[in-house]
Design a protein around this ligand. Structure first.
Ligand code: SF4
Length: 169
């Protein structure tokens, strides 16, 4: 199972799209990249950069990039522009916790910082259900292998999405 986690070709940051829009996951994972033009993504990157200047540098672990690792307290931190996609953020952090754990690193806590509301959410390794993480990874891997992207899902957050023109032209 761990090998599958490490060998997942989809970075955890992209896996989060599984919860937001499966069409977007397919587009990004298949190299159709529009993100650099999105103002929301720029805002998130700016928030992240501000924090990183004060605290630490991003840590790259396989295909994951963790915003801030606080080894003294066995804690990792992720910075998000808002809590709108908190399910995706939680998945991403639980994935990181599992990854650190399997690497033998005693990180057991993840804190998500939501910039828009100035709130935080704390996740514990003890609550991570490994089989659920693998289930999502497996489903995402299958999805991106499809020859064509899924259709536009009902309720997808298209209005502020970088792929808007692509999907609606
Ligand atoms: S525009 Fe809508 S359907 Fe297209 S990728 Fe973005 S969220 Fe998904």
């Amino acid at each position: 199972m761990f090998e599958f986690l490490l060998l997942s070709k989809i970075p955890p940051s992209q896996l989060g799209y599984y919860f937001i829009c499966k069409r977007k996951l397919w587009l990004v994972a298949n190299g159709i990249e529009q993100e650099q033009h999105s103002s929301i993504v720029q805002l998130a990157k700016l928030a992240e950069a501000t924090v990183n200047l004060r605290k630490t540098k991003n840590l790259k672990l396989f295909n994951a990039v963790i915003d801030w690792v606080e080894l003294r307290n066995n804690t990792i931190h992720e910075y998000k522009a808002s809590d709108k996609y908190s399910e995706a953020s939680r998945f991403q952090c639980n994935y990181y916790l599992l990854l650190f754990n399997r690497m033998g690193c005693p990180v057991d806590t993840a804190v998500i910082h939501y910039k828009a509301t100035n709130k935080t959410e704390t996740l514990l390794l003890a609550n991570v259900v490994e089989s659920e993480i693998f289930k999502i990874i497996e489903a995402a891997e299958q999805l991106v292998l499809q020859e064509t992207p899924p259709g536009i899902p009902k309720g997808a957050p298209c209005k502020h999405c970088a792929f808007f023109d692509f999907c609606y032209s």
